[in-house]
Unconditional design. Structure first.
Lengths: 358, 271
């Protein structure tokens, strides 16, 4: 048997053909990824501009641009500036928040079903928001904080219930989460029963999610969440990539796995809850974004940014379609629900058969 | 690159999970620059011991020292630049290519937002070359055969460029030809770059053939440690595995070869 070459990297000459092959393969991978992520970003931008321009009255790009920079644009000011701009911006940010949080859960728990909207975190935040509005007559930031507290509470409860012999096993956690989600749904239904006619329109969004009546105040809260909590998750990109290889392998690569897990889960729960407090639980958004992103960019690096973009794209397109594509106005969550439910069924069937990962 | 020989010492180490103690009061010095195999029956604490030698499992009492510094007090990334571990069943993310997986071994050398460096590319190239997996670079890991996949995981550990490499049962689930291939590869690595190798092995005879030192564990205690011909003797097999055996000289390697003695198919000498 021939002796293999020495393994120290110093023996790889700078002009070695093997090195050039490795470098060019890596560059090709990165280039392809940049193209695909760039295409997703372009679609998000197009959907965002489309949401500002299209509607019962259609405005041109020039009018929209003038409203955005604050020039007087005549009739466009009210429709674009007051109605469409906060709504589209909220759709974008909420989509980023759900997409990023969903893929974080799915990556960390190595299961596409482990999305916060399947395991009850979203429902917990939603139920808390419904209680806050209907029973406690709260509004604004108080609702957001209560939603965050409830979401973290639910996440912790599920984790503790699923915890056995030092680990919270994936399937156990998901099944318990589905049960908790059902309980939270009934809390929401109960609150809707109690709601006055006046509160009902507001409280209904806690059932499916809606961007109706989006306020700048909500936009700012979700923006802050995306910047701070989204940033926290993104800083863990490489640690999450290592964590995918299993806890032992990740630790051996120098990842402090408990710290990474805690940081990213808390940040993802925060993202989901703050987004839910603003828009309600937009059905299946967190579940769908990661797997769609995985299909689009393939196995070329982290799915965090692609999933955030897919989340934004889905929300913008679904909201636009819900408003204008069906004779009546449907909330965004109904549209994503129609898309997401068959996918959830497909996932359950597939995971049961092969035990797949994301 | 090995500049000095790493000293890996275990002092009065006690390990456990929950209320179960798995390793008791163990003292051991790993020979630097050599290949050491840890052997013993199932559940004797082999893997537990290996896990505690990196930061994976904190000791109940006692310490693990690398060059006199406590491993569990060393920052995670700093330790991961010196000591690598290939766990028994690492998980390959769906669809990941060989090139990308091997690149993940560079994690301890990369800063949070730093770009991919030339050193990273060189280490990956060297690792792919050494494991003969350059040709597989663009293939998906889940399409590979068991033997190829194990070479790829070893390549990932090599890309980490550590002076000490720990491997937990690197040959399980492999055909005999691939077992030998993996052990040959680890021997090449040890001989060409002086990497200290510590592996848990199931097969006593392969362990005796490929390791410079054997460490035999029994019920979480050290039974014996030393050169294969000192350790692999019928008394060890009887004490640790509870089985009579004969040990002869392996005609291929000159190392000890253990032949189990069961109730059947044994030639009786006296009648």
């Amino acid at each position: 048997m021939s002796v293999l070459p020495r393994t120290v990297a110093d023996d790889v000459a700078a002009d070695s053909p093997d090195l050039l092959r490795v470098v060019s393969a890596r560059r090709a991978r990165h280039r392809r990824r940049r193209q695909l992520v760039g295409a997703l970003a372009a679609l998000v931008l197009a959907a965002y501009l489309g949401s500002l321009m299209l509607g019962s009255t259609t405005y041109g790009l020039v009018d929209v641009a003038r409203v955005v920079v604050g020039d007087d644009a005549g009739g466009a000011e009210f429709v674009v500036g007051r109605l469409r701009l906060p709504r589209a911006t909220l759709a974008l940010l909420v989509g980023v928040a759900f997409g990023l949080a969903g893929v974080t859960f799915q990556t960390l728990l190595r299961n596409p079903l482990a999305s916060p909207d399947v395991i009850g975190v979203t429902e917990g935040a939603s139920a808390a928001a419904a209680v806050a509005i209907v029973s406690l007559s709260l509004s604004g930031l108080a609702v957001s904080w209560l939603a965050v507290a409830a979401g973290i509470g639910v996440a912790l409860t599920i984790y503790l219930l699923a915890y056995r012999r030092g680990t919270a096993a994936g399937t156990r956690l998901i099944l318990i989460g589905i049960g908790v989600a059902a309980m939270m749904q009934s809390v929401i239904a109960w609150q809707l029963e109690r709601a006055t006619n006046f509160q009902l329109a507001e409280a209904l969004r806690w059932l499916t999610g809606s961007l109706n009546g989006a306020l700048w105040r909500d936009v700012l809260v979700v923006l802050a969440a995306v910047v701070v909590l989204g940033g926290t998750v993104l800083l863990q990109t490489r640690a999450l990539a290592a964590a995918q290889l299993g806890d032992d392998a990740a630790s051996a690569l120098g990842v402090r796995i408990e710290r990474t897990r805690l940081l990213t889960i808390v940040a993802a729960v925060g993202l989901v809850c703050l987004a839910t407090a603003a828009s309600g639980p937009i059905a299946f958004l967190a579940l769908l974004s990661g797997p769609i992103a995985a299909r689009v960019v393939g196995p070329r690096g982290s799915l965090l940014v692609p999933a955030a973009l897919v989340g934004a794209l889905l929300t913008l397109v679904a909201d636009l379609a819900g408003q204008y594509a069906f004779g009546t106005r449907l909330p965004v969550g109904v549209v994503t629900g129609i898309l997401g439910a068959p996918y959830l069924l497909y996932l359950i069937v597939r995971v049961n058969r092969v035990g797949g990962t994301l | 690159m090995t500049t000095s020989q790493p000293r890996l010492e275990i002092e009065r180490l006690t390990l456990g999970y929950g209320d179960r103690e798995v390793v008791h009061d163990l003292d051991l010095v790993i020979a630097p620059g050599d290949v050491t195999a840890i052997v013993g029956p199932n559940a004797c604490g082999k893997s537990t011991l290996l896990r505690s030698m990196t930061r994976l499992l904190p000791p109940r009492t006692g310490r693990v020292l690398l060059d006199g510094k406590e491993v569990h007090a060393t920052p995670a990334k700093q330790l991961a630049r010196r000591m690598g571990l290939l766990p028994q069943s690492p998980i390959a993310p769906e669809g990941i290519t060989v090139g990308e997986l091997v690149g993940r071994g560079r994690h301890p050398h990369q800063r949070v937002l730093a770009r991919w460096s030339q050193a990273d590319d060189r280490a990956v190239t060297a690792a792919l070359r050494a494991t003969d997996t350059l040709e597989l670079m663009d293939r998906a890991v889940d399409e590979l055969s068991g033997g190829q996949r194990q070479r790829v995981w070893i390549a990932m550990a090599l890309a980490q460029e550590t002076e000490v490499l720990l491997l937990d049962e690197p040959t399980t689930f492999l055909d005999i030809s691939h077992q030998v291939e993996v052990l040959d590869l680890l021997t090449d690595l040890n001989r060409t770059s002086g990497t200290t190798i510590v592996m848990v092995l199931h097969d006593l005879n392969l362990a005796a053939r490929y390791a410079d030192h054997l460490v035999a564990l029994h019920d979480g205690r050290l039974h014996s440690a030393g050169r294969p011909h000192e350790v692999l003797v019928p008394e060890l097999v009887r004490d640790v595995f509870g089985m009579p055996s004969a040990v002869i000289e392996d005609p291929v390697s000159g190392k000890p070869l253990m032949l189990p003695i069961g109730r059947h198919h044994v030639l009786t000498r006296d009648g």
